[in-house]
Ligand binder design. Structure first.
Ligand SMILES: C[S@@+](CC[C@H](N)C(=O)[O-])C[C@H]1O[C@@H](n2cnc3c(N)ncnc32)[C@H](O)[C@@H]1O
Length: 301
């Protein structure tokens, strides 16, 4: 990260630490997704870019490769190509959009993000690469897109739709802005199927509730796989696939957290502390509450 890759005046370490503790460990500071990403700021866990996802670990060996691999997977699943106009919601710092331009060269990408500090820095990064005429980054919500009906070919959401209020509203918006035949592709965190046995199921419930509170996940988004597909269908989409890729996400992330000391150091201390305990457990136990899906759906032609 360069000195220019900051999102505003420094907050002061004590103030920042206090904000993290209040957010992550107390019920006194419920935060919106926008507040959370303002707080996290550029403390991304990648070494090179500013991705904020857990990564796709099929062949990746480092967090940087895994985050890029997740973005590439979404682009490939969407069959992104030179004729496509793409709307990418929840773009973080636009790493995925710059990667897609390099890999697939779509005609245009319009990004939408609710976090103004991310939008500002992402615009500067895109301009530095000379891509400002191909990647337009807007401040706005995935649930109320400032875009015309039937104005794009692909809508993407990389590890962000669990925040949207609600995911269902986003599906309706995606359907509206897509042209007939257009594709929606998401990498998304949802609830896992319930475990047999009272204790393990209770652990799943408590873990999901803690995740939802900490990461501003509306109750309506506590979907499992069948419910998720049902909502896509109800929005009008066809040719659905909602595939679990959890085995290629959580274990790789968990292993990297255990083995990569530099990755751990890049997390804020307050985020790093719980891992002292969590890393003693296996990934299946730690992430038993969560499924991670790659979802693809089409607006009928
Ligand atoms: C976990 S980060 C993922 C960022 C990026 N996709 C990546 O993989 O690095 C979630 C992103 O969703 C954005 N976000 C949250 N709620 C949103 C909403 N309603 N509309 C648009 N973006 C939203 C946040 O600002 C943040 O950029």
């Amino acid at each position: 990260m360069t000195a220019s890759e900051t999102v505003g005046p420094p907050r002061g370490r004590v103030r920042e630490a206090l904000d993290y503790v209040l957010w992550a460990y107390t019920p006194f500071r419920p935060m919106s997704a926008r507040d959370i990403y303002d707080l996290v700021s550029t403390n991304a866990f990648t070494a090179r870019g500013l991705y904020l996802n857990l990564g796709y670990w099929k062949t990746a060996r480092t967090i940087d490769q895994a985050c890029e691999a997740l973005a590439a997977l979404v682009g490939n699943t969407a069959a992104m190509g030179g004729d496509d106009e793409v709307v990418d919601v929840g773009f973080g710092f636009a790493d995925q959009d710059m990667l897609w331009m390099q890999l697939f060269a779509p005609r245009r990408i319009t990004g939408l993000n609710v976090t103004p500090s991310q939008v500002r820095l992402a615009r500067a990064r895109v301009a530095r690469l000379g891509l400002a005429d191909r990647i337009e980054l807007l401040e706005g919500s995935a649930t109320a897109m400032p875009l015309a009906d039937a104005s794009c070919d692909i809508v993407t959401a990389v590890e962000c739709a669990f925040h949207f209020d609600t995911r269902e509203r986003f599906f309706a918006e995606a359907f509206r802005v897509l042209r007939p035949g257009g594709r929606l592709v998401l990498a998304d965190v949802i609830r896992n199927a319930p475990e047999p046995g009272g204790f393990r199921r209770r652990v799943q419930e408590v873990t999901w509730a803690a995740f939802a509170r900490t990461f501003a996940v509306p109750p309506a988004n506590a979907d499992r796989r069948e419910g998720y597909a049902g909502k896509l269908r109800a929005a009008g989409f066809t040719d659905l696939r909602v595939d679990s890729i959890r085995a290629l996400v959580f274990p790789g992330w968990h292993r990297a957290m255990g083995e990569d000391a530099a990755l751990r150091r890049r997390l804020h201390l307050a985020g790093r502390l719980p891992y002292r305990l969590l890393l003693r457990l296996d990934a299946n136990t730690v992430y038993s509450a969560f499924d991670y899906v790659l979802a693809v759906a089409r607006k009928p032609a």
